[in-house]
Design a protein around this ligand. Structure first.
Ligand SMILES: [Zn+2]
Length: 118
């Protein structure tokens, strides 16, 4: 069984929007990263500033990674809409509970398989 494409269209649109949002977030994160500020190379920053920059960079990097992961999941889901496997567990091939997909449209595994992974 698989979902007809027309039923998945709103899901696809939603995923597309998520993708756009995530790309925006990625861009603004890159801008917020103190290490992206070229002028800092020239200033004689105090140790305090240096530490704050290190922290800011670590935070930006962590958020960036999170965003990249989310982006990967969103794109994976969009691919599955395209090839007609959306809603099917990538592990066991069973249909994923629609409530679960409602909560996380990027879910790629059924509840049971997801439980076994974690
Ligand atoms: Zn499964």
């Amino acid at each position: 069984m698989q979902y007809p494409r027309n039923i998945l269209q709103p899901v696809f649109d939603y995923l597309k929007k998520l993708e756009t949002d995530l790309l925006h977030r990625k861009k603004s994160l890159a801008k917020e990263d103190p290490f992206a500020d070229a002028s800092r190379l020239n200033d004689n920053a105090s140790d305090d500033t240096e530490a704050a920059e290190q922290f800011g960079h670590a935070q930006s990097a962590a958020l960036g990674e999170e965003t990249s992961d989310a982006l990967k999941r969103v794109r994976g889901a969009m691919d599955r809409v395209d090839d007609g496997t959306y809603g099917k567990c990538i592990k066991c091939g069973e249909m994923i509970n629609t409530d679960r997909l409602g909560i996380d449209p990027t879910a790629e595994m059924c509840m049971d398989c997801a439980k076994n992974v974690k």
